[in-house]
Write a protein of this length. Structure first.
Length: 213
């Protein structure tokens, strides 16, 4: 079977690294680095790992962390926007922040909030915080997010940008066994261009994209 990049579907990929028996590849067009599929954790192993995450919606430190994404999005949204926290985890502090600002928020997470009816609607804003690095098929998910976004809608992403190849083997973000795709700023700009979205990087490790009218 021909290997393809999970982000852009390109076949122009090459070996990148082998760390503790796990192999990774890199993509020339979009510059993503990714775990080779045979090393992906099972869904059961992923969900067991996620259960140990502590995302307390009332934790002020966690809210400050999320403000890197929430602040630029809230500054751009119309009054009374309708949003979706995609990959919300076990407790969505981000949804609480948006609701406190007067916006309605729906939640979706295949492990913790698996009501797929929310995926039959459209939204003014979609947030994905610390989500896209877990996706086994990000190309399909970005196409899905495009369908869920209304014209002029905003997509906010937060993930650690991978910009140090030499340090990759010891990088803390790589050591999470559920992190299977690693994005550079250039990768996110490639995705936005391919989808016809605009793309801003208002903070390190944050991207704010807009679907065109």
């Amino acid at each position: 079977m021909t290997r393809r990049c999970p982000v852009c579907r390109s076949e122009d990929i090459a070996g990148f690294a082998e760390v503790e028996g796990t192999t990774y590849s890199r993509c020339a067009p979009c510059r993503a680095r990714f775990m080779d599929p045979e090393h992906h954790p099972s869904r059961q192993a992923e969900h067991a790992h996620y259960a140990h995450h502590e995302n307390d919606p009332t934790d002020p430190r966690y809210r400050r962390f999320l403000s890197k994404l929430s602040n630029p999005l809230l500054a751009r949204l119309p009054v009374g926007a309708v949003g979706l926290d995609f990959g919300c985890g076990g407790g969505s502090a981000l949804a609480a922040v948006f609701e406190e600002a007067g916006h309605a928020m729906a939640l979706y997470d295949p492990a913790f909030a698996a009501d797929t009816s929310v995926l039959q609607r459209t939204y003014d804003v979609i947030t994905c915080t610390e989500v896209i690095e877990h996706l086994h098929d990000p190309a399909a998910i970005f196409a899905q997010l495009d369908r869920l976004l209304r014209p002029g809608g905003w997509l906010g992403l937060m993930t650690r940008f991978q910009d140090d190849d030499a340090g990759f083997p010891t990088w803390y973000y790589r050591r999470d066994p559920t992190h299977v795709v690693f994005y550079r700023e250039e990768t996110l700009r490639w995705i936005a261009e391919a989808m016809g979205w605009s793309c801003e990087i208002p903070e390190p490790h944050v991207a704010v994209m807009r679907k065109q009218f």
